[in-house]
Design a protein around this ligand. Structure first.
Ligand SMILES: NC(=O)c1ccc[n+]([C@@H]2O[C@H](COP(=O)([O-])OP(=O)(O)OC[C@H]3O[C@@H](n4cnc5c(N)ncnc54)[C@H](OP(=O)(O)O)[C@@H]3O)[C@@H](O)[C@H]2O)c1
Length: 271
């Protein structure tokens, strides 16, 4: 396993995404993931599954300090009082004690960022969360948030896979000492059948999805692929026994096109 280091945060680069995993199936897949070696889990208030993610982790019997759990504040909860209340609810739903990493899920233009950041910092200072960060932040937002925050922002989580050039956001994360974590890292499964990724993968006995994850790891970027299938849990973590060459890394970067998959009415103006 590779680890990401940002300021005083240290966490596994590969984690399990849980968007759309629900109920018993969610708890079961999280439990299985722990057994297969996953030590980083990504949930959110918006996913409606914090309770089940916590259940799956507890059911696995792993020691609490051996797993790293991220959750995210919904964009509707960014006013200070709502943020505080909703994060306390998240802590109550997860039942894992302190949250390891709390992110602002999306920016919300309707609420002054300074107020939200102060409330976020307050949750860390009051001991509800160990680390704080952001998600879907653009270069300008990263700069503004970093300037406003009285505590280190350790992470930006954003869409990143071979079909989307994210060099600007990545450079801003590096400049501000933030870990970059890629969501939709296998482009929602479509990297599996990509002809270039499949050809490269054949050399190593790996699938296109594994090549896409490895490509992120070799840039020092984290990834949180999601699956509801146990066999794919094993596939997506089996990426630490091969290395892509510089030429392969470049060829994969060359697949970038206008490939954004996650975009909503509330999205910021992307870089
Ligand atoms: N911060 C944000 O705004 C944000 C936005 C989007 C996502 N996320 C986080 O990032 C996580 C991952 O992103 P995502 O769920 O959008 O997409 P993803 O992980 O790129 O792809 C998930 C899809 O790929 C399939 N899949 C998984 N492993 C596979 C493999 N080895 N080969 C082929 N197909 C495979 C899954 O289907 P099966 O279940 O059938 O395997 C699922 O349909 C989310 O779950 C969530 O935790 C965050």
């Amino acid at each position: 396993m590779l680890y990401l280091d940002a300021r005083d945060a240290h966490f596994p680069a590969l984690g399990l995404g849980t968007w759309e995993l629900r109920g018993r199936d969610c708890a079961r897949i999280v439990e299985q993931a722990v057994r297969l070696g996953y030590r980083h889990f990504d949930t959110a208030q918006m996913y409606g599954n914090e309770r089940e993610v916590g259940e799956g982790i507890r059911a696995s019997g792993i020691k609490r300090e051996e797993v790293f759990v991220t959750t995210k504040v919904a964009p509707d909860n960014l006013a200070p009082r709502l943020l505080e209340r909703s994060v306390k609810e998240s802590v109550g739903a997860l039942r894992l004690g302190e949250i390891d990493l709390l992110l602002l899920h999306w920016p919300n233009k309707g609420i002054p960022l300074a107020e939200t950041i102060d409330a976020l910092v307050g949750m860390k200072r009051d001991g509800f969360v160990r680390h704080i960060g952001v998600s879907n932040y653009t270069v300008a937002l990263i700069e503004e948030a970093s300037r406003l925050s009285g505590e280190r922002l350790v992470c930006n989580q954003f869409e990143y896979h071979p079909y989307l050039d994210q060099s600007k956001v990545l450079a801003a994360c590096r400049a501000h000492g933030m870990a970059a974590v890629a969501y939709s890292p296998i482009a929602k499964g479509s990297t599996r059948s990509d002809s270039v990724l499949t050809r490269i993968g054949k050399t190593y006995g790996k699938t296109g999805a594994q090549v896409s994850l490895r490509w992120l790891m070799q840039q020092g970027v984290g990834a949180i692929p999601r699956t509801s299938k146990v066999e794919r849990l094993a596939e997506n973590i089996a990426i630490f026994d091969f290395s892509l060459s510089d030429a392969e890394m470049k060829e994969i970067a060359g697949l970038a096109r206008d490939g954004r998959l996650v975009d909503w009415a509330w999205s910021p103006k992307w870089d």
